[in-house]
Design a protein around this ligand. Structure first.
Ligand code: PRT
Ligand code: ZN
Length: 226
């Protein structure tokens, strides 16, 4: 059961690529906060909208558990955890409510530069290193390919040089990291950017009104940005 609260709670990344732009976007919606000493919780001053500063990977779960009402997270993280829940037989627990126009990147397959790419069929029997096993596995199944998914939490691009994998499936923005590791992107699995995530169900009471107002302001702020 979700505790009844009359304040809205939004989870954002504590530090990392999305931390500052997420805060700036919420500030442009007229929100301001009194920061707590440990900077994990920021108490909303202008409106009863508080921030929880967390690892980005924790955001979908916090929404699913009802600990937070909304979150700002990369679509890649949201979709990976959604795919993982689906594989485990769970029902969807969060959804993308808005795309926010920052943190753009894509989840791509990248192979050694020396490979001549002939298409997905070439991947049969290979070892693919990734931090996105559920999205990769779902894509492989759609393509009808059986490959060995090697799950790594970081330093994915170095796996081929270490002999841990034949190729990688990782986030790419400029492509510089791939190039530095003599890899080239050959297929895009997901186009990503920061998104506003929320629960599948509706809010009730005071939080429904707050969420509605926040979305209205957010849409206004996004319109003037683009
Ligand atoms: O500590 P916490 O778990 O919260 O942070 P994190 O280290 O998991 O995440 P962080 O801050 O690195 O990224 C947060 C989000 O930013 C990601 O989930 C993406 O939605 C988005 N984003 C946008 C990126 C990139 N661009 C990106 N380029 N996330 C990671 N990268 C990495 C990529 O993994 C690769 O190692 O940057 C490298 C590639 O960059 P290029 O420019 O060389 O191609
Ligand atoms: Zn993370």
């Amino acid at each position: 059961a979700v505790e009844s609260r009359d304040r809205l709670r939004i989870a954002i990344q504590k530090s990392g690529r999305l931390a500052d732009p997420a805060r700036a976007l919420l500030a442009s919606c007229g929100l301001s906060w009194r920061e707590s000493r440990d900077r994990l919780f920021c108490y909303g001053e202008t409106l009863p909208v508080d921030l929880l500063l967390v690892r980005d990977d924790d955001i979908p779960g916090l929404i699913a558990d009802g600990v937070c009402d909304l979150g700002i997270v990369g679509r890649n993280v949201l979709e990976e955890q959604d795919a993982e829940r689906l594989r485990g037989g769970a029902t969807p627990a969060f959804r993308e409510m808005r795309s926010l126009g920052f943190g753009g990147c894509r989840l791509a397959l990248a192979v050694p530069e020396s490979w001549s790419w002939q298409g997905p069929a070439q991947l049969a029997g290979t070892r693919i290193a990734t931090s996105y096993p559920a999205l990769l596995q779902a894509w492989l199944e759609r393509e009808g390919i059986v490959a060995d998914v090697v799950t790594l939490s970081g330093s994915v691009e170095i796996a081929p040089r270490l002999g841990q994998a034949d190729l990688v499936c990782d986030l790419v923005s400029s492509g510089a990291t791939l190039a530095a590791n003599q890899l080239k992107p050959v297929a895009t699995l997901l186009e990503s950017e920061a998104v506003l995530a929320g629960p599948v169900g509706e809010f009730d009471g005071e939080r429904a009104l707050l969420a509605e107002m926040l979305l209205r302001r957010l849409d206004g702020a996004l319109r003037t940005r683009h």
